[in-house]
Design a protein around this ligand. Structure first.
Ligand SMILES: N[C@@H](CCC(=O)N[C@@H](CS)C(=O)NCC(=O)O)C(=O)O
Length: 218
């Protein structure tokens, strides 16, 4: 049995799933999406939407990073359960996962993708909205993290897998202000977590690809 993950080490959603795989030392084969064949064609045939990562497990294709992590918990469990057994805690975990994807990662991507558009079709209004969303998200998260070590309030979970790369890159494109001390401290804790530290290190060679220019830190 071989799990195959199609993705790219510098991609935030790929890192979200890599964290989960590394947390439980789950064996898998990494299929690099850098435009080269045969992975490019295989990936497009499996998921015409062409958003990565995707996981393939013995012919079954699992789409969407959150679903991949839920799938790993169900079919390839390890010591770290990404969804708590308690139903209410599970809801909180899924809520925070949605928060990081929808209100941190998506506005962060909006800002990044806008810079690689041709200059005459840039969307400065949309980028302004994305920056405002990030400010509101940082504020809400700062309150939420006041007494929390990990995002959902209990152990390390799916929500932290989502948080780590989204806050990592969001801070690069729209700095988390010093007034959001709980968010900054949480981002630091995530960077110190071995699973995410490994993903960050593996992505270092690609920093020159960052369209806004990677800052000289982290
Ligand atoms: N909702 C998707 C989002 C995945 C996503 O946006 N992936 C980015 C890489 S981080 C991507 O595929 N970008 C390529 C593109 O937009 O063409 C998930 O959770 O897996």
């Amino acid at each position: 049995m071989t799990l195959a993950l199609y993705g790219h080490p510098f991609s935030s959603y790929t890192q979200k799933v890599l964290i989960a795989l590394y947390e439980n030392a789950t064996p898998f084969e990494f299929r690099m999406l850098d435009g080269s064949e045969p992975h490019a064609s295989e990936f497009e045939a499996l998921w015409p939407i062409k958003r990565f990562p995707i996981l393939v497990d013995e012919g079954r294709t699992i789409l969407e990073s959150t679903i991949v992590i839920e799938y790993l918990g169900l079919h390839h469990p390890g010591p770290v359960p990404f969804i708590p057994a308690d139903a209410d805690e599970a809801l909180e975990t899924r809520k925070l996962d949605r928060f990081f994807d929808n209100y941190v990662a998506i506005p962060m991507q909006k800002i990044v993708f806008d810079t690689i558009r041709p200059a005459d079709v840039r969307d400065s209004y949309g980028v302004g909205e994305a920056r405002a969303t990030l400010d509101r998200a940082y504020g809400w998260l700062d309150d939420t993290m006041t007494n929390r070590e990990w995002a959902a309030g209990g152990a390390f979970s799916l929500a932290d897998c989502a948080a780590a790369p989204s806050l990592f890159y969001a801070d690069w494109v729209h700095r988390i202000a010093p007034s959001f001390g709980h968010v900054r401290a949480y981002r630091k804790r995530l960077l110190a977590r071995p699973s995410f530290a490994r993903a960050v290190d593996e992505a270092r060679p690609y920093r020159k690809l960052f369209p806004l220019g990677a800052p000289d830190r982290d």
